[in-house]
Design a protein around this ligand. Structure first.
Ligand SMILES: Cc1cc2nc3c(=O)[nH]c(=O)nc-3n(C[C@H](O)[C@H](O)[C@H](O)COP(=O)(O)OP(=O)(O)OC[C@H]3O[C@@H](n4cnc5c(N)ncnc54)[C@H](O)[C@@H]3O)c2cc1C
Length: 418
């Protein structure tokens, strides 16, 4: 069976890998000249089942209004992006109803926990050929400054325990013992939740190195090739029309991030996936910024990840359409928000030493990824993973492989399909 996978981000490469390992002949295509050039390039590096809540939390509508146009806020809607977001936005808000939000959180948590098992299995199977991507099963510590939000998060974490997310409640003394870098902010903290099964790793290195192994094992990879249209024959997926000519395939997985709706619309498939912009900075760790544990600062909505001798700071959610330009003010606001926790960080953004980056998360309006079959036989999806694409990559790829090959999936697919 010849399967084309569109998109060489972490989702597309992992999907292609799983399909090839199961015996399919795989052709992987990406418009960019290098793999992991989109949202997968310099993300927060966290593999966190603990962070499974969709972003459409109950009350998000009021937050969006409060933050409208405020350039220093963690959640920003650019007024010019509003017209293009209406349909998606209404569904995003409809899914913020408490019952749906809680159901989607559990679906995400179960998928994330499965994905973390899969990433372990993948590494075991690769053995000495191994993948070097700074993977560390370090656990992740979520910090709180406000007892009410800690209590809310604790309750949400308790709800996820039966789908495989373990956590520990840490008081401030325990936090400082485990992460001495937080001593200067001891008085601001009220406690933390530690998730021992969470992990960290560099998504771009994972993607690039996994693709290199896949190619040695026979995968065909076409960089710099844009898929323009999907053609059907007698109602079934048949051909990909690309910038370099047609490519025939028995099946195709659309894994091209927030661009997926463009390819599906002409086939009458409406996909509620929109780009949500985020920023990261990658800087060398020095005495003032040396972290042992990856941290999530709940109040300031930023993450801080020690990644292979460097420190990755990431955060912000910005609805700015498809604008991929890097706004230094937004990058500086990530730094500002991180300095509330890690006071040794420099006060000013230095673009020479801090490697600022911006990427567009492919966010589904539902808040869970969109995986598997469509109404067109032979056409499958793996997109919409939003702020959790790195975490979901191996689990989502395994579920999509099962669908393409007609195998029973390892998890129930409720809430994960079109
Ligand atoms: C600031 C930031 C921090 C984040 N932190 C984390 C984190 O800590 N943990 C986590 O789990 N997730 C995190 N994420 C989310 C995660 O990075 C994304 O969900 C994930 O990278 C999405 O991967 P993807 O492969 O779907 O998309 P992408 O990586 O964007 O890949 C899509 C690819 O499709 C290609 N493409 C598009 N259209 C076409 C076409 N027509 N033809 C051919 N190719 C095409 C593009 O060139 C691109 O390479 C973060 C995201 C951001 C922005």
């Amino acid at each position: 069976m010849r399967v084309a996978v569109i998109g060489a981000g972490v989702i597309g490469v992992t999907t292609a890998w799983y399909l090839q390992e199961a015996g399919a002949e795989v052709v992987l295509l990406d418009a960019a000249p290098e793999p992991a050039s989109g949202a997968s390039f310099a993300n927060g590096g966290m593999l966190h089942a603990s962070h499974a809540e969709p972003w459409n939390t109950p009350g998000v509508g009021l937050d969006l209004l409060r933050y409208l146009g405020r350039s220093d806020s963690p959640l920003l809607v650019r007024p010019r992006a509003v017209p293009g977001l209406i349909g998606w936005g209404l569904r995003f808000l409809a899914n913020s109803r408490r019952a749906r939000f809680e159901e989607h959180t559990r679906i995400n948590a179960r998928l994330a926990a499965y994905s973390l098992q899969e990433i372990d299995r993948l590494q075991r199977e690769l053995g000495p050929e191994g993948l070097d991507f700074g993977f560390r099963r370090s656990g992740i510590l979520k910090l709180f400054q406000d007892p009410a939000s800690q209590a809310r998060n604790r309750a949400a974490s308790e709800d996820m325990e039966d789908v495989g997310v373990r956590f520990e409640d840490w008081d401030v003394d325990r936090i400082i013992t485990e992460e001495p870098a937080l001593e200067p902010v001891r008085d601001q903290l009220c406690g933390g939740l530690y998730f021992p099964d969470d992990a960290i790793g560099d998504a771009a290195l994972f993607t690039t190195n996994l693709l290199a192994i896949a190619r040695r094992r026979g995968m065909t990879y076409y960089p710099g090739v844009t898929v323009r249209r999907l053609r059907t024959f007698q109602g079934r997926l048949d051909t990909l029309e690309t910038s370099e000519g047609p490519i025939a395939a028995d099946a195709c997985v659309v894994a091209n991030g927030y661009h997926a709706p463009d390819l599906l619309r002409p086939l009458g498939i409406r996909l509620a996936v929109a780009p949500v912009k985020g920023y990261s900075l990658t800087l060398p760790m020095d005495a003032g910024t040396r972290l042992k544990l990856p941290l999530i600062d709940d109040a300031n909505k930023v993450v801080m990840t020690p990644l292979g001798g460097r420190l990755r700071l990431a955060g912000t959610a910005e609805f700015a359409g498809r604008d991929r330009r890097l706004n230094p003010q937004r990058a500086a606001s990530v730094l500002d928000h991180c300095r509330h926790t890690l006071v040794g960080l420099p006060a000013q953004l230095d673009t020479e030493t801090m490697a600022p980056w911006t990427g567009l998360r492919p966010m589904s309006a539902r808040g869970t990824p969109i995986l598997g079959a469509t109404k067109v036989p032979g056409l499958y999806l793996n997109t919409g993973s939003g702020h959790l694409g790195w975490t979901f990559a191996c689990g989502a790829a395994a579920l999509v492989r099962d669908q393409v090959l007609g195998e029973p999936p390892a998890l129930p697919l409720d809430g994960l399909t079109l």
